[in-house]
Design a protein around this ligand. Structure first.
Ligand SMILES: CC(C)(COP(=O)(O)OP(=O)(O)OC[C@H]1O[C@@H](n2cnc3c(N)ncnc32)[C@H](O)[C@@H]1OP(=O)(O)O)[C@@H](O)C(=O)NCCC(=O)NCCS
Length: 177
């Protein structure tokens, strides 16, 4: 099996991506979060992100194993969504997709990468901590990130008290002066 190829998503793949997100989300049934598991992807939002070049897929043996969606919030690169097919889970594909988004952020001079997630679900907060992310304190959360969290809190099954925002800062280049 080849290592995954990370590349921009194609418009023709959006239905497959929405299906993959549903399959990946089924993991939430295992922790009693059925409403989160049953969340229906927003296909129009996916389409907009694809047109802006903000979706990357991991392709392995000709099949899409996972994908990630970026946006910019408060001037930072932001992980809007990352999903890996259950058939390809726990083999580093999520980590590679996240690294791709971080690289995109650095190449666009974004000072950090942010995300919102469940603090205590093993493949959410604890997973991102292993990748170098830390939770933001309330006062550190920017206006656009706060608005995104507020919107998420209105969605079915989202208990705002279990949500957090996380950040990973991009290292500054050495001062050569
Ligand atoms: C989060 C997600 C993208 C990770 O993708 P992945 O390719 O499986 O992750 P990686 O291979 O890079 O890392 C694996 C690590 O993730 C965590 N993890 C992944 N699946 C897990 C599970 N079912 N139970 C516990 N931890 C899990 C563990 O830390 C694991 O390390 P380990 O296998 O050494 O224990 C994937 O689990 C997913 O699609 N989840 C559903 C959607 C979701 O929650 N997205 C994030 C929203 S903020």
């Amino acid at each position: 099996m080849d290592s995954p190829l990370i590349r921009p998503a194609r418009q023709s793949e959006l239905n497959d991506l929405a299906l993959l997100e549903i399959q990946a989300g089924e993991l939430f049934h295992s922790v009693g979060m059925s409403e989160v598991a049953d969340h229906v992807p927003d296909r129009q939002a996916l389409s907009r992100s694809q047109q802006q070049g903000l979706i990357w897929v991991a392709e392995e043996d000709g099949k899409i194993a996972g994908y990630i969606v970026a946006r910019v919030l408060d001037g930072n690169a932001h992980i809007e969504q990352v999903s890996v097919a259950p058939t390809h889970a726990r083999r580093g594909i999520g980590r590679r997709l996240i690294a791709q988004l971080e690289t995109w952020g650095r190449s666009n001079d974004r000072p950090a990468t942010t995300l919102t997630t469940f603090r205590d679900v093993p493949w959410n907060g604890p997973y991102y901590r292993t990748l170098g992310y830390r939770e933001l304190a309330g006062a550190e959360i920017g206006r656009e990130l706060a608005a995104a969290m507020q919107h998420e809190a209105s969605l079915p099954g989202i208990d705002a008290s279990r949500r957090c925002a996380m950040i990973k800062c991009n290292g500054r280049p050495p001062d050569l002066a």
